[in-house]
Design a protein around this ligand. Structure first.
Ligand SMILES: Cc1ncc(COP(=O)(O)O)c(C=O)c1O
Length: 398
């Protein structure tokens, strides 16, 4: 490492540590530039990014089509609120609805995943006149008051105390536990279809169908939190409607993360039936539907389409699974597409750290034995080879 670069690293880290609340354990990287699946640090090191900045970099870092669209929009109009019409917003809403399951016909734009979930729960309460929300052990829905109260994972509800009333817990993948609490006080069942933070947990397709049937039977709104699984991550636009979901979909999908390729944006996609209950001033947020975010959404969806990224995810996932079958310490590969959990017989954290030394960024989860991969959707086979080679060497060294 060059002397000058080392000083830069030290200065940046010490300034951040001094002036920013220490809410995240950071990796020793000063990220300066990104391109596709690569992050370049200020000292010149290059990292293979298999984490995508918390699953945000779906189109890869700085996809030229997305960057161009954002740049062009910033030169025209940075922002105006929903009090005016905007071509950027009209195009984004149309494009998003065009790729959504056909029953979801309207979009509401906000700024993050937690906000999308708050609004989804509110819409379900408005549509049903009921208060309670059922969510699942192991699900993560965000950190604002209502969303954290719906998060039955680890210490989150504890952090969010006092919790918002109106939340009921069911056990993931256990339909009887849902049935037991789904009475006529329940407005919605909110489901993270692949529980990422919990260690990439999925249910059998029949579970999603049974939840759908139960909701229909008892007049309950079904919400899929697709903040992580949406926008192509599973190799399909959404988990909703996929084979893994037994072809069924919810009444509301919530999105964020990869939707704007890094520009903060969240969304709810809803049915006509839900939309009919929402009136002027019922929902709102100043920045939701802002032009720069909207330009990013349209360009993100176009880039995924133009580059064939859904097909890429499916092909490369198969290749990765094949290559990982050679690695005996990986006892199971959970998940779908590029939301994968590599399960080890032992703790995953040392593997994460050893890979980082080899300049590969991965993620851990609340399951100590699971290493999470959430790479950009443009990841290729040759990068899988680099990863599997580094993983094999790392495990040999231990
Ligand atoms: C499934 C899921 N829902 C909601 C959220 C909250 O999103 P945000 O951090 O944008 O508020 C996250 C974030 O990790 C998530 O993974």
């Amino acid at each position: 490492m060059k002397a000058e670069a080392a000083i830069d690293l030290e200065k940046t880290t010490s300034l951040e540590e001094r002036y920013q609340l220490a809410t995240y354990k950071k990796m020793p990287i000063v990220a300066e530039r990104g391109e596709g699946v690569w992050i370049y640090a200020s000292n010149g090191d290059r990292y293979l990014d298999l984490y995508g900045g918390h699953a945000v970099a779906g189109t890869g870092h700085c996809h030229p089509h997305v960057v161009k669209a954002i740049r062009e929009q910033t030169e025209k109009l940075l922002f105006y609120s929903n009090l005016v019409y905007s071509e950027a917003r009209a195009r984004a809403a149309q494009k998003l609805v065009s790729i959504a399951p056909s029953s979801l016909t309207k979009a509401f734009f906000c700024n993050s995943g937690t906000e999308a979930n708050e609004n989804a729960m509110r819409m379900a309460r408005m549509a049903t006149g009921r208060e309670n929300i059922i969510s699942f052990s192991g699900g993560f829905h965000g950190r604002t008051a209502d969303a954290i109260s719906a998060t039955f994972l680890g210490k989150y509800r504890e952090i969010g105390k006092p919790n918002v009333p109106g939340h009921l817990r069911a056990e993931f993948a256990d339909i009887e536990s849902v049935r037991a609490v789904a009475d006529d006080s329940v407005a919605a069942v909110m489901l993270e279809p692949i529980q990422s933070m919990a260690g990439v947990r999925m249910a059998e397709p029949s579970f999603y169908r049974q939840v759908r049937e139960l909701c229909d039977e008892r007049g309950i709104v079904l919400i899929y939190d697709e903040v992580q699984t949406g926008v192509g991550r599973t190799g399909e636009w959404f988990f909703a409607g996929s084979e893994a979901s037994d072809g069924i979909g919810p009444d509301i999908i919530t999105l964020a993360k990869a939707l704007g390729s890094g520009v903060p944006v969240g969304a709810c996609l809803v049915t006509e039936k839900i939309a009919a209950h929402i009136n002027e001033n019922d929902l709102g947020t100043t920045f939701g539907g802002g032009m720069v975010a909207m330009a990013a959404v349209t360009a993100t969806l176009e880039a995924i389409e133009n580059d064939g990224l859904l097909e890429n995810v499916r092909g490369v996932e198969s290749y990765l699974r094949e290559r990982l079958s050679e690695v005996e310490q990986v006892v199971n590969v959970r998940g779908r597409g590029f939301l994968l959990g590599l399960e080890f017989a032992d703790k995953a954290k040392p593997v994460h750290e050893a890979l980082l030394e080899r300049r590969i960024i991965t993620g851990t989860s609340s399951d100590a034995k699971v290493l999470r991969l959430l790479p950009p959707l443009c990841l290729k086979r040759e990068e899988i080879d680099l990863f599997v080679e580094a993983l094999t060497q790392t495990l040999r060294r231990e």
